[in-house]
Design a binder for this molecule. Sequence first.
Ligand code: AMP
Ligand code: ZN
Length: 511
Amino acid sequence: MTQPLKIYNSLNRQKENFEAIAPPHVGLYVCGPTVYNYVHLGNVRTFLTFDTLFRYLTHMGYKVRYVRNITDVGHLVGDGDEGEDKIGRMAKLEQIEPMEIVQRYTNDFHDVLKQFNLLPPSIEPTATGHLIEQIEAVKDLIAKGLAYESNGSVYFDINQYNQNGNDYGKLSGRVLDELLIETRELEGTAEKRNPLDFAIWKNAAPEHLMQWDSPWGRGFPGWHLECTCMSTKYLGKKFDIHGGGMDLKFPHHECEIAQGTGLNGTAPVRYWMHSNMLTVNGQKMSKSLGNSFLPAELFAGSHPLLEQAYSPMSVRFFMLQSQYRSTLDFSNDALKGAQKAYKRLVNGLKSLKQMVYIPAEITHETDEAGLKVSTPGVEIDVKKVADIEKSVAAFYEAMNDDLNTAVAVAQVFNLLKYINMLYLNQLTPAALGEAGFGLLKEKFVLFFEQILGLQEEKSEGDAVLNGMLELYRTYKAAQAYDKVDEIRTYFKAQGLVIRDMKHRIDWAYEE
Ligand code: AMP
Ligand code: ZN
């Protein structure tokens, strides 16, 4: 590929050429879910963004080590240093082990992402699996004078960090004085030298469910520390890309930068990427606002906000229609449109896969001088071939422009135009030439399946459908039109149509 990939780096607030630290390897870390509840569609959007990045980098030839963690301890209600542990709270409510909560929602998370065809990461580490690393990191930060113990808790010392020449707040653009004004007097604030200092280890009250021994007494790690320890362990002190939702910029990612820089003397991440929020009527979709719905409700259409059921791939397509840095507002109309558009594409894919290149017939004649002249039956339509080549190049250009999937998808639709012409016999493969036809077929399948991660949602009984289609042909030949109509009705009931054309009879998804 000639053009470089450009990535919008949240740290510098500009698009930068992507240059891997140690090509062909790329280290990618994405903050995973806190597994205390079912994942909602907003969460899916963020993970889809990084699935697209993972797929595209891999397609570019990079060997990506993709680390996405599971937060199973330390994330407190309210996202700060006070309040109950989100998982511990659920465990108490249900009177079960915290690890039962963790297992249930980790399973759900995996199931959901699989339904949306998200690839699994290379490593999926858990916070509780890395307690030793976290305790070591706390000790190290204390030894470096960047953290202090207070009442069995350990806090990161922001004033000291900034006095060492660092800039806490750089990523999120926060000014410390303003942050101080915003900070409420909260439980634990009295233990801190500066109200902005954040916990890297918390003292646990006896009734706190998840707690471990440490040099500072029984306690548990602060939420931000796990990501620093796990990213350093698997990707090194400085790695290529760190991603997450926009809402994690502050305080979570800001604190990760402070911890990593404090521990290793280098900013931990080269490119910070943040995916924008999925909104409902302009408001962030979130559990606490009560405007979130679960993927299962979406597939069943069983939520008051939903007018009908939507399939996983139409939802994936809906999300890909916007670039990851723009907000995406949920609406039934937009989803219905996406469902229709996805079906048009998948019908194209289905028919394209059956198409083979047939060279044009060559006619042989003798001219006036008695010499043999060979004429191909079809001339290559150079304009169409050039347009296909242009669309292919434009797809890459869009992906290289900070993963602009909105524009990339439009190029796939331009390619679909030619597939439909071929399908309807308005164009023959020979008119595109072997290279032109080959390019169309190879790139359409590659873009659709590998890079955009879409796939055909196969009906369970493809073989049965093909058998029914055979019957349809037989009845039609016998002019048994009542039977023909019966079969059409059967297909329609499953959201399918029979396409009865002069040159072929086929079934397709109803668009
Ligand atoms: P959590 O489990 O709350 O830590 O969230 C998991 C991921 O989903 C984080 O990267 C969040 O930024 C992201 N997220 C949460 N709500 C939304 C939303 N409405 N739209 C997009 N991403 C979200
Ligand atoms: Zn994180």
